[in-house]
Write a protein that binds this ligand. Structure first.
Ligand code: SF4
Length: 221
């Protein structure tokens, strides 16, 4: 079983509660105007990796994390591979929570194929809906106001106060081993421009968090 993977980063604090490993998968059939990750839209972006190898890698991160965030691209396009990945991760890290961003809606995936419905069952927190430029979201995890935050499990319900307290416009700043920088997080376009300008960033797209004392690792595939 293989997954088309674009990148991953850790520890990420801007894409969900606690410290997380974020996984960007390649490929999205939508073309939202103002999409912040246009380089991830082709289904062959990044690199093909076996799910087993990716799971082993995530289970051996050199630091502890509280959960995994799946984003992209559109995670549900690769539902079968992600179901297998989450099975492998949860077998070893049952305490990890799973947050997923999707450009489609919960209702659409509830009518999806078998793998897409299985993936829904493995997700604790779903942020759904396409990105609509010009309609800024009122929650730190919503890029636009139409998007909904679904607390799908009791574990997610227990995180509600933590989710409500997440600061807006938080970003993590990462540098990959090749020296390329990127910004990780849900940041409105104006704040993103200011951060890019102020820090003289060169890589558009991905977001990252600046947390004193933390090193953020990002790996491109
Ligand atoms: S759903 Fe997300 S990745 Fe897909 S086009 Fe829209 S903003 Fe871009």
């Amino acid at each position: 079983m293989k997954l088309q993977l674009y990148s991953l980063a850790y520890p990420v604090t801007a894409l969900g509660p606690g410290r997380r490993v974020a996984v960007w998968v390649a490929g999205c059939p939508l073309r939202c105007k103002g999409c912040i990750t246009p380089h991830l839209l082709p289904s062959d972006a990044g690199k093909s990796i076996t799910v087993t190898r990716l799971a082993q890698h995530l289970l051996q991160l050199p630091m502890s994390v509280d959960g995994v965030t799946l984003t992209g691209g559109e995670p549900f396009v690769q539902a079968e591979a992600l179901v297998t990945l989450l099975d492998l991760l949860k077998a070893e890290r049952p305490q990890w929570n799973v947050l997923t961003f999707s450009g489609f809606t919960l209702r659409q995936w509830q009518r999806g194929d078998s793998a897409q419905r299985q993936l829904l069952q493995q997700i604790d927190i779903l942020v759904d809906g396409p990105y609509l430029a010009g309609r800024p979201g009122r929650h730190p995890l919503k890029a636009s106001a139409n998007q909904q935050l679904h607390l799908m499990t009791p574990r997610a319900q227990a995180l509600k106060s933590e989710l409500d307290a997440l600061p807006a416009n938080t970003a993590n700043l990462a540098v990959n081993p090749q020296g390329a920088d990127c910004l990780i997080g849900i940041v409105d376009p104006g704040a993103r421009r200011r951060i890019h300008h102020g820090l003289r960033l060169t890589t558009p797209g991905l977001e990252q968090t600046t947390e004193p004392g933390n090193r953020h690792h990002v790996e491109f595939y």
